[in-house]
Design a binder for this molecule. Structure first.
Ligand SMILES: *Cc1c(COP(=O)(O)O)cnc(C)c1O
Length: 345
């Protein structure tokens, strides 16, 4: 890996973070007359902990890492944007990303005036390691990978990901938003081995907290420190921090049960979909959704809309001609989906 000073934008390297009242005094008890808060309307009157110390300790313990290897953001969207802002000089630097993949990398890149060199996956939606590494040039700062990938649903092979990580001198981001549905596949236990690895995870999927907006980035402490330095000081509000603490305590067993149900439903749904004459292919999934191929994706999509069932038309995405993406729902929702599909044509 290149030294961090060489990878970072010079202005970010020089930046002094905003120092809030809560930075200068960190005790929890006392008469707080330092932040121009209103003394009334507790507990919403107080600014949240800008460093999210309690929540970070809790999540780090749960994930088996150190607090200083963890960044918490307003969804994964926040660390995605911050990584561009910290490392990529607008109009000059570029990143490499796989295609097809999650659309937010492209949006965050465009917002920051960064070019994305897209590299097609193979026909079975795996990494073309040589092509990914060949797309790198002097100005490439980040390679974006996603495993399990969206919208394809499959995990990339870890040995391929590892070859990308070790074959590149900049950062490699592996978005593991769906990793709770693919037990044993996370690279997180191996974070220490790879100084240029950034792993993204989220509470939006298996944990059922998309509305709370809580995403995680894991990396070596020096990278985490940079992201923390440039984030909005109070990026996680009081309610999100409190509620996440709460759900982490109470819901662990329930989350495990949800995952078990959703994985069983995914197989059942695949079996039922297989029986439909207009479903040509169901791509293998390591996530909580299925990508299916049909001769007329738009017609199937419109038919389901008419039945008030909303899925995602991915037919215009690279390598996904004719493809629809279907989230695995509750048993009742999945039954409604299958009934609606059986009534198609
Ligand atoms: C859903 C999803 C996310 C989650 O984003 P949040 O901002 O954490 O809700 C991240 N990456 C991928 C690939 C996703 O599909």
């Amino acid at each position: 890996m290149k030294p961090l000073q060489q990878l970072l934008r010079p202005n970010i390297l020089a930046l002094k973070p905003y120092s809030s009242a809560r930075d200068e005094y960190t005790g929890e008890e006392g008469v707080f007359l330092d932040a121009n808060e209103n003394p009334y309307n507790a507990p919403y009157n107080r600014y949240p902990d800008p460093h999210q110390r309690r929540l970070k300790r809790r999540i780090a313990a749960f994930k088996g890492c150190e607090s200083d290897q963890l960044f918490l953001g307003n969804g994964s969207d926040e660390p995605i944007d911050l990584l561009f802002r910290a490392f990529c000089r607008p109009g000059t630097d570029n990143v490499v990303a796989i295609d097809p993949t999650y659309g937010m990398y492209q949006v965050a890149a465009a917002t920051n005036d960064i070019k994305v060199q897209q590299v097609l996956l193979t026909k079975d939606f795996q990494l073309d390691v040589e092509a990914v590494l060949a797309a790198v040039d002097e100005q490439t700062k980040i390679i974006w990978l996603c495993s399990p990938n969206n919208p394809t649903g499959n995990c990339l092979r870890n040995e391929d990901i590892e070859r990308v990580i070790t074959g590149f001198e900049g950062l490699v981001v592996v978005d593991e938003a769906y990793i709770d549905f693919a037990p044993g596949r996370s690279l997180l236990p191996r974070l220490q081995e790879f100084p240029n690895l950034v792993i993204l995870q989220t509470f939006s999927k298996a944990w059922g907290m998309a509305g709370l907006r809580l995403g995680m980035a894991f990396a070596q402490p020096a990278i985490i420190e940079v992201l923390s330095r440039i984030k909005y000081p109070y990026n996680l509000n009081v309610l999100t921090q409190q509620k996440a603490m709460d759900l982490l305590e109470k819901n662990q067993q329930e989350v495990a049960k949800w995952i078990e149900v959703l994985l069983a439903e995914r197989s059942a749904l695949a079996q039922e979909l297989q029986k439909l004459p207009f479903v040509n292919l169901i791509h293998p999934s390591d996530a909580n959704f299925l990508l299916i191929r049909t001769p007329d994706a738009k017609a199937v999509y419109q038919h389901l809309i008419s039945q008030k069932i909303i899925i995602r038309d991915r037919s215009s995405v690279s390598l996904c001609a004719g493809c629809l993406r279907i989230t695995v729902g509750s048993p009742e929702e999945n039954k409604q989906l299958i009934q609606a599909l059986q009534a198609y044509k």
